[in-house]
Design a protein. Structure first.
Length: 399
């Protein structure tokens, strides 16, 4: 019994391929529509997935354990921000804090051996190195003992901009800011940009917060950077730190950014973007399915006499229906296989041109191939049912 079933299925597949081959260009055009639709689904799912992965990498160096506090003025307030904050009280009130540091920002020229470069001049507390994950290439970072000294730590990119091949900026050199000479005690490694940080270490010159009064008359704290200990609830920590900082301020609010919230929002946005791309691919696939239905209707119309003969010889309605349905599914299966290869190639090429690392989305092939087969089955049902409902006498009467 099983042998007869296998032979029957093999015969049906053989007849399906022969029939599709006899359709010639019409079959190729329908196949092309299916290939385009299937490849669109596979490629667009992969492109959306790789776009989301690349976007998530932007925040990788920032880390999800870092909080950045800003201090916008309250409505109607014109008071300047404070020069100092009691960070020790914040650390004691919020036990989960591992590192906390404050920043005062100023932008201006720095001069080294007659060469000038614009830099972010950052008045920082000592713990800012660990809070911002700054890595030293040479020397040391600022300490509590440097509060009244004209010491500075320079970013790697800024140091390179002030250097020449015969006269590099080295440890122990002095550079000028306004009328003061600052001794370089540390040079930072070049690091990837952390977009959520208030300042980029590579482009900055770090000096003691107390020394900012040498640069301009009224320095103000612009940001507080908090790095949490492992395993902390970042939203709860942000709320607790905000409450403690707010008690020290009367004319300014405390606004703390939680990177994980931004990452979650970006993930939702990327998911919406992926759904949009999938919908565009599905529209293209439906167009290919309509092409399959048109070809199959033509096929039924041209083979009415053959259908009549098969029925006269004892073929049942379901045999005729299955024959034409199998032809539609065979056509779409070939298109799905070709579309999957083409779609992955297109997604890889797009990722390569965009500078992304290509990864295959887990849902790309199942959704691409599966949806294509479902479309072929759906659009093949009507022609197959129409063929099975022909009356043998009417079908044999056609010339």
């Amino acid at each position: 019994m099983s042998l007869r079933v296998e032979q029957s299925l093999s015969q049906l597949l053989h007849e399906a391929f022969v029939s599709l081959r006899t359709l010639g260009k019409r079959s190729l055009l329908a196949l092309l529509g299916i290939v385009i639709g299937s490849s669109s689904v596979v490629a667009l799912i992969n492109i959306g997935h790789n776009a989301a992965v690349d976007a998530a990498l932007i925040f990788k160096d920032m880390g999800t354990d870092t909080l950045v506090a800003q201090f916008p003025a309250k409505v109607g307030s014109s008071s300047p921000m404070r020069k100092h904050l009691d960070l020790d009280s914040v650390r004691q009130a919020v036990p989960g804090i591992a590192h906390i540091g404050a920043l005062s920002l100023f932008s201006g020229p720095v001069v080294f051996h007659g060469r000038t470069a614009n830099a972010n001049i950052v008045g920082s507390t000592p713990d800012i190195q660990d809070a911002m994950r700054l890595s030293l290439r040479e020397g040391r970072f600022l300490s509590d003992f440097d509060a009244n000294e004209t010491f500075a730590v320079i970013g790697g990119q800024l140091a390179q901009a002030l250097s020449t091949p015969g006269d590099p900026l080295k440890l122990g050199e002095r550079l000028r800011i306004n009328d003061y000479l600052f001794l370089i005690v540390g040079i930072l490694h070049s690091q990837p940009r952390a977009l959520l940080m208030p300042v980029q270490g590579d482009e900055s010159l770090f000096i003691p917060a107390e020394g900012m009064q040498r640069i301009y008359a009224n320095p103000q704290i612009g940001n507080v950077v908090i790095r949490a200990a492992p395993g902390q609830d970042m939203e709860a920590m942000a709320n607790a730190a905000s409450a403690v900082l707010q008690r020290q301020l009367t004319d300014h609010s405390v606004d703390i950014q939680v990177p994980q919230q931004m990452i979650d929002g970006m993930t939702r946005q990327s998911r919406t973007f992926a759904y949009l791309l999938l919908a565009l691919g599905a529209i293209s696939l439906v167009g290919g399915g309509v092409g399959v239905m048109n070809v199959m209707l033509m096929n039924v119309s041209e083979r009415r006499r053959e259908i009549g003969i098969r029925m006269a010889l004892g073929a049942r309605q379901r045999d005729i229906r299955n024959l034409f349905l199998l032809e539609a599914v065979t056509l779409t299966a070939v298109g799905a296989a070709c579309g999957a290869v083409l779609g992955m190639t297109a997604a890889w090429l797009y990722a390569w041109l965009s500078g992304w690392a290509f990864t295959l989305a887990a849902a790309a092939l199942p959704l691409g191939v599966g949806s294509t087969l479902l479309v072929g089955l759906f659009f093949g049902i009507y022609p197959a049912v129409s063929a099975s409902r022909l009356q043998p006498v009417e079908a044999l009467r056609d010339e």
